[in-house]
Design a protein around this ligand. Structure first.
Ligand SMILES: Nc1ncnc2c1ncn2[C@@H]1O[C@H](COP(=O)(O)OP(=O)(O)OP(=O)(O)O)[C@@H](O)[C@H]1O
Ligand SMILES: [Mg+2]
Length: 577
């Protein structure tokens, strides 16, 4: 995990390796020039005390000083400009794309088991924290480290004893602080971040369900829940801050004692003419600068530690686990569309939904599936689409075990209209086009016509450019379903599966769309799950599923009259078709 995280971290710099090198080296050069600048200033102060001093010498030194200042500024500017270019233009867009593409490899359960907000926070956190990491490394960490070394070099040139004492003091403070913080401070930050991510997940979930919360007057309760999650996150951050306060107090006392001793020592040197005025001023300046430099340096180190903790947590969520789709598997080609469930046993958690389930559907057959709620109809589709893998048995398409083939190639060959239509917060046009990114306008209009949607779209102010709102909220349930149905008419696949795909439509519209489905998909294998039996009257055969078992089977003429108005017993409840 540790090594993988390191690899991951370096991979984030892939498109900006050269820019990062320029960014860091120019900052180091700028800091070295700063040291030279200080040294020149010390020389200027001591210049009048030198024998044969001439005013032209002063001009010469000041000229050199100006050149150094100009170059220092140039390198500082180069470092900052490369940082901005590398982050904004290249790195964060690259990371956003990399992480989002990575999501396509995650299993279905990754999305069902995690809050949407938690996943999006993790992705955002990596992009935001990389920006912060670059800023910290260049403007704080490197610049403070080099200026600390500069200050110590200045002390070395003044007096060896002062240099040694100051080095021991500051190194001691830095090292003990870093150890103390890694052990005592960062674990609290880690906990606090965990609660913060949960907080974000709950917040996103609540906003998505805001209308339901309002309808059931549940907002107050939810706010309490959010408040307590935030309090938990802050509790650990507070604990971390207390640790920092204790350490800071002890470090400051040490600093004051050593500073007092060194001042006394250097005043003696100055009085006895063993130290110049320039050196004495530089000693004071270096000691005072070192104090703030060490504090800021350790803070920067801690900040970088926090950034790494946050990124590591995000990495863990996004990359951990062995639930990645194996895209190295060969691509499946489906020529006929024969589908077979062979001895399938499957459970989500404890109870089996299917046990030794067998079903064979020949190509071009149109099969309807009915059954009470919870009998396992959608689960069958979940298994065909490899959202979950069966614990036993296999699913064959054209005699090929789907587990042996890449998931993306499987999706190129199957079409699915799910039970619940959720649309992107985009235009109707874009929402239909998802099914075929290179579709022409003509193809999209035709698909909409086949889904009985075109006239409705044309009646809207913005027509195909109408924005449907988040999850398609601005459309009716039936309109959303028709967008999902329009998508299938853009696809060219051998197997098409409908899961309650026309349940929100009125009888007349459903009839017209069903007619189009049968007209345009007469060469395909069709599986159509429905509660409304009339939906299935043009199927070749209908299966009746109960508690994961096929309990009846036959043509629509046999099944529909038999099960129309029939009550199915499921545990203690009755359901009517
Ligand atoms: N992701 C999941 N995790 C755990 N259990 C699940 C999950 N999805 C479904 N189940 C359970 O599996 C069983 C079968 O569910 P499934 O969705 O297949 O039913 P269904 O026949 O499609 O019902 P409906 O007609 O209501 O759509 C149910 O008991 C359900 O609670
Ligand atoms: Mg279902």
């Amino acid at each position: 995990m540790k090594n993988n995280f390191k690899k991951f971290l370096f991979s984030l710099y892939k498109p900006v390796k050269f820019l990062t090198f320029v960014m860091i080296t120019s900052m180091i050069i700028s800091q070295i020039l700063d040291l030279i600048k200080q040294y020149i200033i010390k020389g200027i102060i001591d210049l009048p005390t030198i024998e044969n001093f001439q005013i032209s010498d002063l001009y010469n030194v000041i000229f050199v000083l100006l050149i150094v200042i100009i170059f220092e500024l140039i390198f500082f500017y180069i470092s900052n400009i490369t940082r901005t270019i590398s982050i904004l233009k290249k790195q964060t867009p690259y990371i956003a794309e990399k992480l989002f593409t990575h999501l396509s490899k995650k299993s279905y359960s990754f999305f069902t088991d995690n809050y949407t907000g938690k996943i999006s926070t993790a992705i955002n956190q990596v992009t935001d924290e990389v920006t912060e990491l670059n800023t910290q490394i260049t403007t704080k960490f490197i610049s403070l480290l080099t200026s600390m070394i500069s200050s110590l070099v200045v002390l070395y040139t003044i007096d060896l004893n002062i240099f040694l004492t100051a080095s021991i003091l500051y190194t001691g403070i830095i090292v003990s602080r870093l150890i103390y913080f890694s052990k005592k401070y960062l674990p609290y930050i880690e906990k606090s971040e965990k609660y913060n991510r949960e907080y974000n997940g709950i917040l996103n979930d609540a906003i998505l369900n805001f209308t339901s919360l309002r309808l059931y007057n549940a907002i107050k309760n939810f706010s309490k829940n959010l408040k307590s999650k935030k309090e938990e996150a802050n509790f650990y951050r507070n604990k971390a801050s207390k640790k920092e306060f204790t350490f800071g107090a002890i470090a400051n006392i040490c600093y004051i004692i050593v500073f007092a001793i060194l001042i006394n020592y250097s005043i003696n040197l100055y009085i006895n003419n063993m130290m110049t005025l320039g050196s004495f001023i530089f000693f004071l300046n270096a000691m005072i600068s070192l104090k703030s430099q060490t504090t800021n340096f350790t803070w920067s180190y801690i900040h970088i530690g926090e950034i790494i903790v946050k990124m590591k947590n995000s990495y863990k969520l996004l990359y951990d686990g062995d639930n990645l789709y194996d895209e190295n598997k060969p691509n499946i080609t489906i020529d006929s569309g024969n589908l077979e469930f062979k001895n399938i046993s499957f459970k989500y958690n404890k109870n089996y939904v299917f046990e030794n389930f067998n079903l064979s559907i020949k190509n071009k057959q149109k099969i309807g599936i009915i059954g009470v709620s919870g009998s396992g109809k959608t689960t069958l589709v979940n298994l065909i689409f490899k959202f979950y893998s069966p614990q036993k048995g296999c699913i064959l398409i054209d005699n090929k075990n789907i587990e042996d083939y890449s998931t993306s190639s499987l999706y190129n060959n199957l079409t699915y209209v799910p039970q619940e239509t959720i649309l992107l917060h985009s235009s109707i046009y874009d929402n239909i086009k998802i099914a075929k990114p290179n579709a022409t306008d003509e193809e999209i209009y035709n698909a909409a016509k086949k889904a009985e949607l075109h006239n409705f779209i044309e009646s809207l102010d913005d027509k195909y450019n109408t924005i449907v709102g988040e999850r398609g909220i601005k459309l009716s349930g039936g309109q959303r379903q028709r967008i999902a149905l329009a998508r299938i008419f853009l696809r060219d696949s051998k197997i098409v599966i409908f899961d309650e795909a026309t349940s929100s439509l009125d009888n007349n519209t459903e009839f017209k769309i069903q007619k189009n489905i049968h007209k345009y998909f007469n060469n395909q294998t069709i599986i159509c799950i429905a509660h409304r039996l009339s939906t299935l009257k043009d199927m070749d055969n209908i299966l009746v599923i109960e508690k994961g078992k096929i309990v009846d089977f036959g043509t629509p003429d046999y099944i529909i009259p038999k099960y129309d108005n029939k009550k199915f017993m499921v545990e203690d409840t009755c359901e009517v078709f």
